[in-house]
Design a protein. Structure first.
Length: 275
């Protein structure tokens, strides 16, 4: 009888603790194929400039939630792709009727429980690549840049901004002041508010962390700053890049940082949700 008592106590303890363990066990939520995922491009792309096989980095710009409001993919989650086609346009390729081409393949993003979520560019054709054309680069500000290009400080500021977003290294001293002047002269109100003080370094630092897949580690204000400013600056940086590269005007394809894309979940999966 004495031997039975510990067993009875253990059984009673198990009965008491089992409901609590069940209550804290993660529940599974279905993330279905075809679900939309909104992304922000963190890697600039260009026909010929981007090399086939190079990785492409994105940030999830809006949380993906289920019908109950559970977050399945958080805003700031990294998403990945790879360049599959890239051919630049030159005088020779134009004569040979070989226009610029640029395409990427989406690979995956990360769910709230750390699992891999396979992505695709087209809901009905999940194996198809995402092709870009010359009109996919967003709104151009080339006319405004043309009007300001003769101003040496504005020109220097635009070039410094282009290099900062390309390399992930923020300019300092006079170069930073030139960037602030260029942004002000172009009337980029959101960007002007963002980069004042040490904001430019914070922006470039946040972009670098996003490219490294660390956007989820950013505080909410930093994420908000990243999302709100990149799209506005993207078209400017795109046009400046065309000038620096000396490419045939309008012939090459350039897709700027901050480009917004809607892609899809390619394969249904289950995501663990904790209450």
């Amino acid at each position: 009888m004495r031997k039975a008592l510990p067993l009875l106590c253990l059984a009673a303890l198990s009965a008491c603790t089992a409901p609590d363990e069940a209550a804290t066990s993660p529940a599974g939520a279905a993330l279905r194929a075809g679900t939309e995922v909104n992304l922000l491009l963190a890697t600039p792309l260009s026909s010929g400039g981007s090399k086939e096989g190079e990785p492409v980095h994105f940030i999830v710009s809006e949380p993906v939630v289920d019908a109950s409001g559970n977050v399945l993919i958080p805003a700031g989650a990294p998403a990945r792709g790879v360049v599959v086609w890239s051919r630049g346009a030159t005088t020779f390729t134009a004569l040979a009727n070989q226009p610029a081409r640029l395409a990427i393949s989406l690979t995956s993003t990360t769910s709230v429980d750390g699992g891999e979520v396979v992505l695709c560019a087209h809901k009905d054709q999940p194996d198809e690549v995402l092709r870009f054309g010359r009109n996919d680069g967003g709104t151009t500000r080339s006319a405004e840049i043309d009007a300001l290009w003769k101003n040496e400080r504005v020109r220097n500021g635009l070039v410094a901004l282009y290099e900062a977003m390309r390399t992930g290294s923020a300019p300092e001293g006079p170069a930073r002041q030139d960037v602030e002047l260029a942004v002000r002269e172009l009337g980029l109100d959101d960007a002007e508010r963002t980069i004042e003080g040490d904001g430019l370094s914070a922006l470039i630092g946040a972009l670098s962390r996003a490219r490294a897949g660390e956007a989820l580690q950013l505080a909410a204000p930093e994420l908000s700053l990243l999302f709100s400013t990149l799209t506005e600056l993207g078209s400017v940086v795109n046009d400046v890049g065309d000038r620096i590269a000396g490419m045939l005007k309008g012939a090459n394809i350039r897709i700027p940082v901050g480009k917004r894309l809607t892609v899809y979940v390619a394969e249904s999966t289950s995501v663990r949700i904790r209450p």
